[in-house]
Design a protein around this ligand. Structure first.
Ligand code: GLU
Length: 485
């Protein structure tokens, strides 16, 4: 069997982490089997669907590296086919028009509530006579189309994640609406369960892989496959993503869209790696840090857990740091420069002038910061004092008050020359200045860090100094540090 899977996002919001994780599992399964990963944009909710959301979803999937194999199918363009399927069901007597008004349905729900019974449709118009229908039409009533769900039906399937599943028709809420309310000579807008079945069959989808919140829909959809005489796909229902407290991840948890993770400085590589681990455990011997192709090779539903997967920021951060630390300095520079530019920060030196040029400086800064980065945005914050003169924090101010600090920095300033400075040269200057001022070299180094970065924390001191030296910024900051307050 050729594996053909699909992601069917509704463009009613930006790319949600849950949808993206469903995409990951679909993609991995397709790639593992040399099959196809397809997209269908489920835009039949006209009120809430927006082209901008479709663009965000496609952009997010592409960014994550989840490439798809054909032009996305646009569900709203297939509405005539959906209507034909509904006509087929009406003609076969498997669906019927229901004229119950909203007010009547409301009354029914109230009664059920009052008597403490579960809410379900009572199938009141399942067996209307021709005259009764004519009477409703004459009253000017509109109708929905309902698909018959027999209480006695027993629906089963073998789920790739959850194993043998069985549902009773009586648990599906009564006859299901498959077309919205419309004048009785028309078929209103077709609804989700119907269109999904028609489209999945038309796209020859072999495996439907989606979140477990769709399990009850699957039971209903299986009845529709049967009624329409369509071949069945295999189903796999993936566990939900839970927040760190174990409840379903929701908007209230703050970050839920892929774009937000991206803005926070997470890399696509780390995010897809992390999403794969949200529900899938790699086989024994396989590390938790892997690329998409590596995961595709190892992927199977046998290692997808049934239990919901708790979101773990520490693990995502750990993976993101791994990815950043694996980058070559040139790649890291490429990732960081746009962030620096967006702040209006410009590196010293001429563009394209080799060793002493701007690129070399940016590369050196990227290499300096690289090992301490967890997110790319850390590479923004930690780069700030290299572009913007910092204020002194409390620790730095105290350090500059230490006995001998000013004398040593002054001695250093006196020896500082414009033009090239090497690591060895810098070390020698430190030793000379400390000796001349009669302080330990350690005191001078700590004071130099305070003067240059406004803080006692930061990356390697000598490299920091050399970078700030290329624009003469070291001299300015030293002068400010020794100037009487
Ligand atoms: N549009 C549905 C959703 O976003 C698709 C569900 C499915 O995969 O069938 O939840």
């Amino acid at each position: 069997m050729t594996v053909r899977v699909r992601l069917a996002p509704s463009p009613t919001g930006t790319l949600h982490i849950g949808t993206a994780r469903t995409a990951v599992f679909n993609w991995l399964f397709a790639r593992h089997h040399g099959g196809e990963f397809l997209l269908r944009i489920e835009d039949t909710d006209r009120e809430r669907s927006r082209p901008a959301f479709t663009a965000d979803i496609l952009d997010g999937l592409a960014w994550l590296g989840l490439n798809w194999d054909a032009e996305p199918v646009i569900q709203s363009e297939r509405i005539e086919e959906h209507r034909r399927a509904i006509s087929q069901l009406l003609e076969a007597g498997l669906a019927y028009r229901c004229y119950a008004s909203e007010a009547e349905l409301e009354q029914m729900r109230e009664r059920q509530k009052a008597s403490g019974s579960a809410p379900r449709h009572d199938n009141r118009h399942r067996h209307l006579s021709g005259e009764q229908e004519q009477a409703f039409i004459a009253e000017g009533r509109e109708a929905v189309v309902r698909f018959r769900i027999d209480d006695g039906a027993s629906i089963g399937w073998s789920d790739l994640v959850r194993g043998e599943m069985r549902w009773s028709g009586s648990d599906l809420g009564g006859d299901m609406v498959i077309a919205r309310r419309a004048p009785a000579d028309r078929i209103g807008d077709p609804l989700y369960n119907l269109v999904v079945v028609v489209d999945d069959a038309a796209m020859a989808i072999s495996h439907v892989i989606r979140g477990e919140d769709h399990i009850a829909n699957t039971a209903k959809q299986l009845l529709l496959y049967e009624a329409l005489g369509l071949p069945l796909p295999v189903f796999a229902h993936t566990p939900l993503i839970l927040n760190p407290e174990g409840r379903k991840l929701s908007k209230r948890d703050g970050v839920t869209s892929v774009g937000e993770f991206r803005t926070m400085g997470y890399t696509a590589e780390a995010l897809v790696n992390y999403m794969t681990l949200l529900g899938w455990s790699p086989p024994e011997g396989m590390a938790e840090r892997f690329t998409l192709p590596q995961a595709a090779e190892a992927f199977s539903f046998e290692r997808v857990n049934r239990a919901g997967a708790r979101f773990d920021w520490d693990k995502l951060n750990w993976l993101n740091a791994q990815v950043l630390h694996e980058l070559a300095p040139a790649e890291l520079r490429q990732a960081l420069v746009p962030l620096w530019q967006a702040e209006g920060w410009q590196a010293p030196g001429e563009e394209g002038s080799g060793d002493g040029g701007r690129e070399a400086w940016e590369l050196a800064l990227a290499e300096l910061l690289g090992p301490s980065l967890i997110t790319l945005n850390d590479g923004l914050e930690q780069a700030r004092p290299f572009f913007v003169r910092p204020d002194l924090d409390a620790g730095a101010s105290q350090q500059l008050e230490v006995e001998g600090a000013t004398a040593a920095l002054t001695a250093l300033l006196e020896r500082l020359q414009d033009g090239g400075l090497s690591t060895e040269g810098a070390q020698a200057l430190l030793a000379e200045a400390a000796k001349a001022a009669g302080v330990k070299k350690g005191v001078l180094m700590k004071s130099l860090r305070a003067a240059l970065l406004g803080s006692l924390q930061g990356p390697d001191l000598i490299t920091t100094w050399l970078l700030l030296h290329s624009s003469g910024e070291d001299r300015t900051r030293l002068m400010l540090a020794v100037a009487p307050a």
